[in-house]
Design a protein around this ligand. Structure first.
Ligand SMILES: NC(=O)c1ccc[n+]([C@@H]2O[C@H](COP(=O)([O-])OP(=O)(O)OC[C@H]3O[C@@H](n4cnc5c(N)ncnc54)[C@H](OP(=O)(O)O)[C@@H]3O)[C@@H](O)[C@H]2O)c1
Length: 289
């Protein structure tokens, strides 16, 4: 698997998103573990999770614990795997997602995540989503403290706009390594953030890179994306692989994190790292939709 740079680390160009294995519609533990092991077998060394990837109120960190268990039960070497988690979102258990960007909460949450992941320091900790009730500088200031205290090894942000990316980079003293925003053939509103990350040399992690769980599970990218199907047919691969390869082609800082709850999904997605699109194909896909 080709690798890309995330701060001082190299990670697989295609990561694994853990969310579908812990929220609504999640599979049983055996299928989730098989999915994570299939990702590792395919060369995936970057796994994205969050403390809020759970269903019921009393199971905060369901996905972090699942990933930690799957890494422990994997037969091979996992020392090069970087697990990235997030804090600042909450799930009260009624299906909603709420926010808490208070520095005290983030500092407590990071320590709890480290414990669930079974690590002394979290490889990458991301502030999940700006909280309108808390100044952004205060939330990112908590990341700086966590870095300085050694609770986390690297810091990232998510759902950030260009001003917030610049602000976070300044507050962290140049130590911002990643930005995780929604980006797929269907949702392209974060193209300015992707381009800013490319300019600043910060990893850009497209979330829901296939358009989201519901759309991807329906087996398509959306009716208006026929060029993705045509390019897929020409290469004899799935349109999902073409979507990921297109994202990878947009900038060398891009590391998509497709979700999966079946081994077949991540096996197929991982192959996107080896799919080479021509400049003409990339241009055509960029114009589609
Ligand atoms: N920062 C944020 O605010 C935020 C928000 C949303 C998501 N995320 C992160 O981004 C990750 C990815 O987003 P997502 O899971 O919402 O959406 P997604 O990656 O766009 O779609 C995930 C779904 O696509 C299916 N799939 C994946 N690869 C496939 C393939 N090659 N062929 C056919 N189907 C395939 C999977 O189906 P099966 O389940 O059947 O395998 C999976 O449920 C999440 O897991 C999470 O880690 C972050």
């Amino acid at each position: 698997m080709q690798t890309r740079t995330l701060g001082d680390r190299q990670v697989s160009a295609v990561g694994l998103g853990g969310m579908p294995m812990s929220i609504e519609g999640r599979p049983d533990e055996a299928r989730s573990v098989a999915t994570i092991h299939a990702a590792l077998d395919a060369g995936v060394t970057f796994i994205d999770t969050a403390d809020s990837y759970h269903l019921h109120a009393d199971e905060v960190g369901h996905n972090e614990e699942l990933i930690a268990r799957a890494l422990r039960s994997y037969g091979g070497d996992t020392s090069d795997v970087l697990v990235a988690t997030k804090g600042g979102h909450l799930r009260p258990g009624d299906g909603s997602w709420t926010k808490n960007g208070h520095p005290d909460h983030l500092k407590e949450a990071a320590k709890a995540s480290a414990e669930r992941l079974g690590v002394d320091a979290i490889g990458l900790y991301q502030f999940h989503r700006p909280d309108p009730e808390v100044p952004y500088a205060d939330s990112v200031g908590a990341l700086r403290e966590l870095l300085d205290e050694g609770v986390i090894e690297r810091a990232g942000i998510s759902n950030a706009d260009p001003d917030q990316i610049r602000e976070a980079q300044e507050i962290l003293g140049g130590r911002l390594v990643s930005v995780q925003n929604q980006f797929s053939p269907r949702f392209r509103s974060s193209l300015p953030e992707l381009e800013l990350c490319a300019e600043l040399g910060i990893a850009f992690l497209p979330w829901s890179p296939l358009g989201g769980i519901a759309l991807a599970r329906s087996g398509e990218l959306g009716p208006e994306f026929a060029p993705f199907l045509e390019v897929a047919e020409a290469h004899g691969v799935s349109p999902f692989q073409v979507a990921l390869a297109w994202e990878l082609a947009l900038a060398p800082v891009v590391v998509p994190i497709p979700g999966a709850s079946r081994p077949e999904s991540i096996q197929d997605s991982a192959r996107a790292a080896e799919l080479e699109l021509t400049p003409e194909e990339v241009e055509r896909l960029s114009a589609a939709g």
